[in-house]
Design a protein. Sequence first.
Length: 288
Amino acid sequence: MSLSRFYETTFLMTQNEQAVVEGGRRAPRPPIHGPEGFEGMRKAGRLTAEALDVLMEATAPGVTTEALDRLAYEFAMDNGAYPASLLYRGYPKSICTSINHVVCHGIPNDKPLRDGDIVNLDICLIVDGWHGDSSRMAYVGEVPRKAARLCEITHECLMRGIAAIKPGGSTTDIGRAIQAYAEAERCSVVRDFCGHGLGRIYHDAPTILHYVEPSYDVTFEPGQFFTVEPMINLGRPAVKVLSDGWTAVTRDRSLSAQFEHTVAVTETGVEVFTYSPKGLHQPIDPSA
């Protein structure tokens, strides 16, 4: 499947920005938000982080991802929010649950999680019209060291990418920081999916590539909101989408991991909206 088809079917890039990446043209200017937007995104980001805390604590061997999806929906309803992915372009669930070699967009089902699985829990909540988008890796029981190490590497990639954000910098700074670290650890960066702008719109400019692409670079300005969400594989970066039209898996069946935060460019650097109130946004040592 072509890169453009991936973006078309999995809603990770606006049409204008897809054309920019493929054709090397100048990217559209991302929206600039003021104090009202920051306050709205802080509220949405915090509730999204709280939802992930609930999901992380409920994840265990024998639990189904369908049960986690119901839990997420109920949490959203109880807190005056709505899951952005539910029925978005036909997606049938409130969250994505991507297990082991699933890269992203795994659809919750009634199959129980098994001891040793790693699973990405991805949720976006709409709160008063603002979108908070985040994902984390959860360990199911006692996981192999190589799986835990991949999760640690992926989280470090995320944080290095975020640390590179500042006014006057650019999207390439994020991609360079992530790619350099991942490849130094003998892992690969998935090319087929990317981060995205958001706010009152679910997917907006700028596109955030997690690797260096010379033909695409957008300068950061205070007030830009977007996600950073690297997907890192133990094996090669190639992926394929299954027949359900959503579930993306590694072609070589190697393990994959992802972490995601919603962030803003500020006057002095970066603000992260989706830190866990309980500190669960970082990989948890499975032996603890």
